[in-house]
Design a protein around this ligand. Sequence first.
Ligand code: 5GP
Ligand code: ZN
Length: 114
Amino acid sequence: MNDCLFCKIAAKEIPSDAVYEDEHVFAFRDINPQAPCHVLVIPKKHITHLADAQPEDQAVLGHLMLICANIARMDGVEASGYRVALNTNRQAGQSVYHLHAHVLGGREMGWPPG
Ligand code: 5GP
Ligand code: ZN
């Protein structure tokens, strides 16, 4: 999509600290980390947010979840615990409108989230 920050990061038009890439997803470290492990995992296809996901996106979103688990394992937070979050729309705090899963770990997490 034209003018989407995360499409540009996935296309490497904007540099990022990439941790994983395959045909369908791209993962990179958050520029403003909220935990020792804070990785964003995005589909290469532009999907605005979870609310816009379609039945044809099912396979890529399932794949994206498994990649989140692999990244948590690679970053060493699997045993201690981690959270995968998809902020959707304003009240949830979505600021970039290209679907992304936050993988957060390496510290104690509160519940419910703020
Ligand atoms: P949201 O608030 O939409 O759930 O999450 C967007 C995330 O993207 C934020 O955690 C923010 O720090 C991160 N972010 C925003 N711009 C950039 C960028 O240019 N590079 C990287 N690596 N992360 C970004
Ligand atoms: Zn996009």
